[in-house]
Each structure stands twice: as C-alpha cells, then as structure tokens.
Design a protein around this ligand. Structure first.
Ligand code: UD1
Length: 426
C-alpha cells in the first residue's frame, strides 16, 4: 500500500492549479443518465471516486471515455453517453465503495421508471442515512421498497411534480431530487434546498441540457419538468475544498502561493477567517494569492454549517492549522457525528486536542512532531498531510487511498511549491 512521506519545515512558494470539484463532478456524471444524448464534462479531475462513478455508469450501460488535458494542470474531458441504458440496478459491490453512487437513483427512476440501488457505503463518518433522498422521491410519486440491502424504486407512469420541504439541509438529497424533478410531470418546489456551489453547477448543466430550473443559489428551487433532456457540454466548477485546503497549507507552513483556476467566492467565509488568523489573501485575475510570513497563526473558533457557512470538509484541515496556533480554539462539528477521527492521529504528532461530543478544544503547540499516522477518511487524511508540512521531522501517512479518492496529484502539487513530500509505493 502506498505511503506519503513528508519532511516538515519547508516554506511554500509558487503556484498550484486547482482541479475541477469532485463533489460537482459526481452528480454531473449521474446527470448523464437523464438523456439519451451525450454529455461532455470538461475541467474534470481524475480521482479514484470519479473512476468508481464511471464504473457504476458503465455497469448501467453508459459509454464513458476520459481524456486527460494537454498539460497536467489542465482538467480532463469526460464524454458520457447514456443512449442505451442496459440495466437499472446499481450493484452493492460498486456502490459500497462510494456514497455518492446513490445519486444514480433519481435520474434512473426519472428516465426509466425503475431503479434498484444498493444502500451506500463510503467514508466512515457517522450514520449518513439516505432517508431524505427516499422521502423526496416518494413525494414525486415513486414507490420505494427496501429489500436485502437494496432500495427498489418504481414509477411506471413517470414522476409527478411536488412541493418538497427538506427537514434538514442535504446536499445529496437536493441533487438527487433536482435531477429527478427535471423529468417529472409538472412543477416541483424544493424548500430548504442546499445552496452549495456544486448544486448551482449541477443546475446550470441541467439547464444546458434543456431543464427548466429557477432559484439556483437560494434555498427555494423551482423545477418545471420537461418530457426529455438533450446533450450538453459543461465545465466543472473549481474545487472549493481543494482551494481551502491549499490555502490552509500555506497558512500552516508559511510562504507565498498563488492558487490558480479558482475563485474567492467559493470559499467566501473561509477567507476572512484565514485573514483573521494572520494569512494574507488577495484575489488575482487567475485565482487567489495566499501569503503568510513566519509568525504563528492565532487561534480562532469555528462551527461547521451548510453553505455559505464553514464547510465540514475543511474542518479537519482547520484543526491541523489550529494545532500549531497561538491560543485555544474551539471547533464544533454540526454536520456529521463521528467526524473527529483525525484527532488521535494529530495527537500522535503532539497536538493537544480534547473532544467532548461535537466540540473539539485545540490548544496550539509551538511545533508539531513528525510521526507515522494513518489516514481514516478523505478529509482527515489531508489534515495529516498539512500537519506534516509544519511538523519537525518526518511524517509518514499510511492508507493514502483515502487521499486518492479526492485530491488529484496531491504530492505533485505540494512538491511543486517546495514541500518535501513524496509517495512511496509498497
Ligand atoms: C456531501 C459531500 C460531502 C460533504 C457533505 C456536507 C458530495 C459527493 N459529498 O455529502 O463531501 O461533507 O455534502 O457538506 O458532494 N442526512 C440525513 N438523511 C439523508 C441525507 C443526509 O440525515 O437522507 C444527513 C447526513 O447524515 C448529514 C447531513 O444530513 O448529517 C448532511 O449530509 P448531506 O448534505 O446529505 O451530505 P452528502 O450529500 O452525503
């Protein structure tokens, strides 16, 4: 199994190209099922999760071909054609690897009137049920049954528009419902919809395919169903979690790095926070310039919340940063239970963190110390890499397949700005 070795202490200097967003790309890929015409996605990252989703789509009969961009910093192009859907069953063996595979449910039912999808697996961060997805699809007129670990959904006469109010904000349930409603008969109103930029991106792609959607970017989205959707070409939006992660890498290691192919509005609440702890951030015409001189970051408190709040997917990285800050920081995780699995690993590097329920109290230390650590989930693992950049001595991150799910060429991007980081294949 691959490991990542990091020698801490190097200042970062140069530029990092931000990839297309994994969390936008996955639902966009599922949207290809809605039409018998081709969908071309550009600025596509190439990641283990994208390969999983391509495998799931292929198992349903979708033709998928990926071509890398001319330069490493360019995104790839993924061409998808669901002209012939050969199967409406998404098997356990594939779905268990990634929770986002559940996003094929809405499109399959909307287009084919039937879907049998295994209950998902994915990151081990709490229970993560799919009840909201299922209630919404039922509200659109489908019958839902659970059998032997599978969800079987049928709507032989098609879906009907409905008013759907989500009791809590769910990114995935909003996406699944938006895709299903695009082909439902009549109007669907989504209330308390998620407002994450990835939902906008999906909505704009669906509109390019011929869907009638208004209210994107707000918590009330209205969809006027159409009979069929066409083809489209769509560029995947930049990855805001990767943007925030590398901004925090500079904040923890010090240095001066321009993040290109991204924009500040994607991490609107994170920018003032990083500024308040001693990082300078400037919008450039290509992205964001991040600068921190040698001074230690100062402690700050955060609480995760749905967009535009502080993203849960940056919580672990921010905790690594606070582990070296001057002062005491309180970090509250409100989205997922059990999302503090990075805490014992950071503690192995000398971090002083106490967890009580959904709150972690981090007392910053002068310097973390390199250690062998283990990646436990996608975002937790990158927090260990950030900690390693700032630590004294060598950090070895084991189980890096978690990182490969969501960070494209991480060690290459970081070594490109001067970090001493390399992958060793076992
Ligand atoms: C997406 C992101 C993930 C991110 C998360 C929150 C993708 C592929 N993944 O995950 O990286 O951490 O948003 O920003 O885009 N919930 C229910 N019932 C449901 C669905 C969700 O109770 O049917 C709960 C979840 O357990 C969680 C909360 O709702 O506590 C938010 O989850 P949700 O927004 O659905 O996250 P995902 O779409 O799975």
């Amino acid at each position: 199994m691959d490991r990542i070795h990091i020698k801490g202490g190097a200042r970062l200097k140069g530029e990092i190209a931000i990839s297309g967003a994994k969390n936008a790309a996955l639902p966009l890929m599922a949207a290809s099922l809605l039409s018998d015409k081709p969908l071309a996605l550009t600025n596509m990252p190439w990641l283990a999760d994208i390969a999983f989703m391509a495998d799931i789509l292929r198992s349903l009969g979708v033709e998928a071909s990926y071509a890398r961009g001319p330069r490493l910093s360019d995104g790839g192009r993924l061409e998808l054609s669901a002209a012939n859907i050969a199967s409406t069953t998404a098997d356990y063996d594939i779905v268990r690897k990634m929770r986002a595979s559940f996003l094929v449910l809405g499109p399959l039912v909307a287009r084919m009137g039937h879907a049998k999808v295994s209950l998902p697996g994915g990151c081990a961060i709490g229970a993560r049920p799919v009840d909201l997805h299922l209630k919404a699809i039922e509200a659109l007129g489908a019958a839902v049954e659970l059998a032997e670990g599978y969800v079987v959904v049928t709507a032989p006469d098609g879906l009907r528009g409905a008013r759907i109010e989500f009791p809590i904000v769910s990114v995935g349930a909003t996406e699944n419902t938006l895709m299903a409603a695009a082909l439902a008969d009549g109007e669907t109103v989504l209330i308390n919809a998620a407002r994450e930029p990835e939902i906008d991106d999906l909505g704009h792609c669906l509109i390019a395919m011929g869907a009638k959607i208004s209210g994107l970017g707000t918590s009330r989205i209205v969809v006027e169903g159409v009979k069929s959707l066409g083809g489209a070409e769509h560029s995947v939006l930049p990855d805001r979690i990767e943007t925030g992660t590398y901004a925090m890498a500079v904040a923890i290691a010090g240095g001066e790095v321009e993040l290109v192919n991204t924009r500040g509005s994607l991490i609107g609440t994170v920018i003032p926070l990083l500024e308040s702890i001693g990082t300078e951030i400037t919008e450039t015409n290509r992205g964001l310039a991040i600068h921190r001189n040698g001074v230690r970051p100062v402690a700050a408190d955060i609480s995760t919340s749905p967009f535009p709040g502080f993203p849960t997917d940056l919580q672990a990285q921010f905790m690594a940063l606070m582990a070296t800050a001057d002062g005491v920081s309180h970090i509250k995780e409100t989205i997922f239970e059990n999302r503090f699995m990075h805490v014992p690993e950071l503690a192995r590097m000398g971090a002083d963190i106490k967890v009580e329920g959904d709150m972690a109290t981090v007392t910053g230390v002068d310097r973390l110390k390199g250690a062998p650590v283990m990646a436990t989930d996608l975002r937790a693992s990158v927090s260990l890499v950030l900690a390693g950049l700032a630590a004294e001595g060598e950090t070895v991150v084991n189980r890096v397949y978690h990182l490969d799910r969501g960070f494209e060429r991480l060690e290459e991007k970081l070594s490109g700005v001067g970090a001493e980081i390399e992958r060793q294949s076992a």
